[in-house]
Design a protein. Structure first.
Length: 215
């Protein structure tokens, strides 16, 4: 993850923490809010890893007990090694495999969050995130009007929050950050949408931003 991507994701998480209070956010200490957002990421990463480990332990216990209690091992001579047995792919086992995959996904998420936390400690990353959030707050009306204009008169507040906030960050860059190529802002927004939202959302966001740039 590069520094600018980390800053954008920190800004996105900061938007989430500000919630509706973003309407009255002028004058607040954005750097402090971002620091609190980073602390929340630490807790989220710890919880994700804890959940993943618990799920893995449950699956390990199930497999261990299944092997020990299998008729092959119940009938084996005393003091001989446990014999490996095949695990049937019943609906129950498939469900447990799905749990295992979900645990793995949570572990990957925790790793990503840890990377983001590490980068978030860098002044360069924090400064860019502060710059993004501050620029949006100062130009909220203009930026939200662009979203409304190109989203077929959808009420901005009715959009999925994560999609709306990704659009806000990208349009802030497009309109106010001359040092960032517009194509980069669009590409980054699409990638972040794929990570935090859905494939459909990434296409929607790409379409809106393309119209903003081509005006």
């Amino acid at each position: 993850m590069n520094k600018r991507r980390a800053a954008r994701e920190l800004a996105l998480i900061t938007f989430s923490h500000l919630g509706k209070s973003i309407e009255k956010a002028k004058g607040i200490n954005i750097a402090e809010i971002i620091s609190k957002s980073t602390e929340a990421l630490v807790t989220e990463a710890e919880n994700s890893l804890d959940t993943a480990v618990k799920e893995l332990l449950k699956i390990r216990e199930f497999i261990y007990n299944y092997e020990i209690e299998h008729e092959i091992n119940l009938e084996r001579p005393f003091e001989t090694s446990t014999r490996p047995v095949n695990i049937p792919l019943t609906s129950d086992m498939l469900g447990r495999i799905d749990s295992l995959l979900e645990s793995a996904d949570k572990t990957y998420t925790a790793i990503d969050l840890t990377k983001l936390i590490t980068l978030g400690e860098l002044d360069e990353v924090k400064d860019y995130a502060v710059r993004l959030v501050s620029a949006f707050i100062e130009n909220k009306e203009e930026i939200d009007s662009k979203i409304k204009e190109f989203s077929k008169d959808w009420d901005v507040e009715r959009l999925v929050k994560i999609d709306r906030d990704i659009l806000r960050i990208a349009i802030t860059e497009i309109l106010r950050f001359e040092d960032v190529p517009k194509g980069v802002s669009i590409d980054e927004a699409v990638e972040i949408a794929k990570k935090y939202s859905t494939e459909e959302s990434s296409r929607f966001i790409n379409g809106i931003l393309g119209q903003v740039v081509n005006v």
